[in-house]
Ligand binder design. Structure first.
Ligand SMILES: Cc1cc2nc3c(=O)[nH]c(=O)nc-3n(C[C@H](O)[C@H](O)[C@H](O)COP(=O)(O)O)c2cc1C
Length: 314
């Protein structure tokens, strides 16, 4: 268990925000396997202010997903704070999270996402504006270690963020220029944990209970955020809760695939459900006998009912 401000979080396995992945169905699945805290994918502050329907749809969640954080990104303090106020009023999440980690050029070239790591004054202005405008809702930040290896700023930024009133920091142990290459450097997570008094959520390359144990021991972080390893593998959360690395059997995989498809159909149009089913099934259908054949069959489907039939036949 750990706390973010007054919010009690039942365990320290956190689902990472992932664009195009951590939508309402996937969050529900991870929650049902025990994720202590989940985040939405990042949503554009501009899109929220303009009340763009697609952007607002990304935020919708239901009570079973609590505690939940909504992650926002933007480059203008007034707009980002305005979007946070809007989200707070209309959705009432448990946490507002600011993204200072996205390395995608479309985002950083406008000064948003991890571009703020190049200029801590911008990070300070945006964060202050958000913290003030949504008080007492806790504001958390997710960031990378720095723009590049010569400019690692995570500890300095973390101390600044704590002084502004940020209630927890998730740190992905890579720089922006690394994107997803190399290994996450957990040393910076350890350094940040030693420097601040707010919870630190360690992130990067945790793909099993064994890794979870290692990162906790090495960094002393308060919680661990899991991204890619949860794709097609929500069992990682129950494994962490049960302190093992048990692999699901085929029946369990099949059951979760069907549940995931059902949630997609309930929440999305038929076309989107089909596309997202294919995306998620490409991760679920791995590491068992003939998984590749089932995966190929699913990819050829042009109707969600065909997908269900294939999965049911496993
Ligand atoms: C497909 C994908 C989408 C992502 N989208 C976001 C996002 O919207 N916001 C964010 O802060 N990080 C995002 N990330 C980064 C993850 O949250 C996480 O920091 C990163 O994957 C490292 O953790 P991992 O090694 O457990 O995957 C994304 C990562 C992936 C793979």
């Amino acid at each position: 268990m750990f706390n973010i401000s007054n919010l009690e979080i039942s365990n320290s396995a956190v689902l990472a925000p992932m664009a195009g992945i951590t939508d309402h169905p996937f969050r529900q699945i991870c929650k049902s396997f025990g994720a202590g805290l989940v985040y939405t994918e990042f949503v554009s502050a501009d899109g929220i202010i303009r009340e763009n329907k697609k952007t607002l749809d990304m935020i919708k969640f239901d009570e079973s997903e609590r505690p939940i954080g909504v992650q926002i990104f933007g480059d203008d303090p007034e707009v980002v704070a305005g979007s946070a106020v809007y989200i707070n009023k209309h959705f009432k999440p448990d946490i507002i999270d600011i993204n200072y980690g996205c390395p995608v050029p479309k985002v950083t070239k406008r000064g948003a996402g991890s571009a703020a790591l190049k200029d801590l004054c911008i990070m300070q202005d945006i964060t202050e504006a958000v913290v003030e405008s949504v008080f007492p809702t806790p504001v958390t930040v997710k960031m990378r270690t720095g723009w590049n290896a010569d400019n690692v700023v995570s500890t300095k930024a973390g101390m600044l963020l704590e002084s502004i009133g940020v209630k927890a920091i998730a740190l992905h142990g890579r720089t922006t220029s690394q994107k997803f290459t190399g290994c996450a450097d957990w040393t910076y997570i350890k350094e940040l944990k030693e420097a601040v008094n707010i919870p630190v959520i360690g992130n990067g390359d945790v793909s099993s209970f064994e890794d979870y144990k290692k990162i906790k021991e090495f960094t002393n972080c308060d919680a661990v955020m899991i991204g890619r390893a949860a794709l097609g593998n929500p069992w990682i959360f129950s494994n962490i809760l049960n302190s093992n690395d048990k692999k699901p059997n085929i029946d369990e995989i099949k059951k979760v695939c069907l549940k995931h498809i059902e949630l997609l159909i309930e929440n999305k149009s038929e076309k989107v459900s089909l596309n997202l089913s294919k995306k998620h099934l490409s991760y679920y259908l791995k590491n068992f006998d003939q998984a590749g054949l089932f995966r190929k069959d699913v990819m050829r489907c042009d109707d969600i009912k065909q997908v269900i039939k294939i999965i049911s036949s496993i």
